[in-house]
Design a protein around this ligand. Structure first.
Ligand code: SF4
Ligand code: SF4
Length: 417
């Protein structure tokens, strides 16, 4: 698309944003893939429409306030990228644009308080645990809670699991095939710490030594995707320093975190850490991809029963990292497992980082649609690779069908559960 964006005027993120705009030929192939276009039916809530709006703001021909409502409704699910025949890197535009726009934006007071509360608690497990306990008490007084805070309460499980810790080094079982450093996540270790336990068990059973760097922190994706670039940079620098060089890969088990780590080159663009960030991101690998590259799984033993497992594609795994076939292939190695494909598999479940708190109505529609597809599939369980999706699906399935991380399903199969 022709544009007159002065890339240099927008700092180090100006060039990637301008390149994304330029690559778009306005063909509209992305529209059908976009969940918000499907829900809202408006050009301005489609990828193509948003690209035009952001282009005009970057050119200085449209006030930012005119674009903000539509940019805010974008899930950042990146379903538009694989649908685009011109290879538009939408990710190079949406988060950098938000980072730029957020600096000049004054949101309403309650919104600022809510966003501050999320940023202050969610990336810090100890704070999040305390906040979640308080929030569960607050659930009893829901009518007294400001409306914009209620979606946060609705998403919390009734009971938080007990805190778990993991050894700094978990040795491989049998001959060592590889050594990896694991990102243990922030919200995930509070909401479902068993995911890390299961991941470590699956890796070590397959001959992988797992180290947990003690000074690691939140990946920064939550901050980056809502335009808080200074917080995202702080976390990114911390992790670039924290992860050792003497490992075969930096492994993640949360799609949102993996996607965030892969964007460190954007987050740290134009800073003294840019080169380290570029090297770091190429070492990051989702656990299902890592196990596949390792040569696949040691097969789990025969199971007591055959199971139908619906696989849900987390957007930040499938669209952002291109990891689709690997988790399915790993699950298919469980004797008696039938992997069930869901209709509209590319459609986001509505979780999308903090989207289900920021845009609860759209998120609820998407969550309900995904829950209905899962229920109709008559699966015994759902497997996916992202804690955000797991929380969203659990909230919408109301316990009807268990929702597990792919690593939990595999660990259970090894144990014959
Ligand atoms: S499919 Fe790609 S090129 Fe076509 S309108 Fe969408 S983003 Fe632009
Ligand atoms: S990231 Fe998702 S919601 Fe945003 S424009 Fe692309 S497909 Fe639509």
């Amino acid at each position: 698309m022709f544009h007159s964006i002065n890339a240099a005027a927008h700092g180090p993120l100006g060039q990637p944003m301008a390149a994304a705009v330029q690559a778009c030929v306005h063909c509209g192939f992305c529209l059908a893939a976009c969940p918000t276009y499907r829900e809202l039916g408006q050009e301005m809530d489609s990828p193509r429409g948003r690209i035009v709006l952001m282009k005009q703001v970057l050119e200085g021909t449209l006030p930012a306030e005119a674009a903000e409502p539509h940019v805010d409704k974008c899930l950042g699910c990146l379903a538009c990228e694989p649908a685009c025949p011109s290879g538009v890197q939408y990710r190079d535009l949406i988060s950098p644009f938000r980072a730029l726009a957020e600096k000049k934006r004054l949101r309403p007071l309650m919104e600022r308080i809510r966003r501050w509360a999320v940023a202050f608690t969610l990336p810090h497990p100890a704070r999040f645990r305390v906040a979640a306990a308080l929030a569960r008490i607050a659930k009893g007084f829901a009518p007294l809670i400001p409306k914009s805070f209620r979606p946060m309460l609705d998403l919390l499980p009734d009971k938080l699991p007990a805190k778990q810790t993991w050894p700094a080094v978990s040795p491989a079982i049998g001959p060592r095939r590889a050594r990896v450093a694991l990102l243990i996540g922030c919200a995930q270790q509070v909401l479902d710490p068993d995911i890390n336990t299961a991941t470590i068990e699956v890796l070590t059973r397959n001959g992988v030594e797992v180290v947990i760097p003690p000074t690691q922190g939140c990946c920064g994706a939550l901050a980056w995707h809502v335009g808080d670039i200074s917080a995202a940079r702080k976390f990114a620098r911390q992790n670039v320093m924290a992860f050792p060089d003497d490992v075969d890969a930096i492994v993640t088990n949360a799609a949102g975190c993996g996607s965030g780590l892969h964007e460190y080159h954007l987050i740290l663009a134009g800073t003294a850490d840019a080169e380290n960030a570029e090297q770091f991101r190429h070492r990051v690998c989702d656990v299902s991809l890592f196990l596949t590259r390792l040569g696949g799984l040691i097969p789990p033993p025969p199971q007591k029963t055959n199971r139908r497992i619906a696989y849900h594609d987390a957007c930040h795994l499938a669209n952002a990292q291109g990891v689709r076939s690997e988790p399915r292939a790993l699950l298919a190695m469980i004797p008696g497992a039938e992997i069930v494909e869901l209709p509209d598999a590319h459609m986001c479940c509505g979780s999308a980082g903090t989207y289900n708190m920021d845009q609860p109505e759209i998120a609820a529609c998407l969550g309900a649609a995904k829950a209905a597809a899962i229920t109709d599939s008559v699966a015994h369980s759902v497997a996916t690779g992202n804690i955000g999706c797991i929380s969203q699906l659990r909230a919408h399935l109301h316990g009807r069908i268990p929702v597990l991380h792919t690593m939990q399903v595999l660990r259970n199969a090894y144990r014959g559960l």
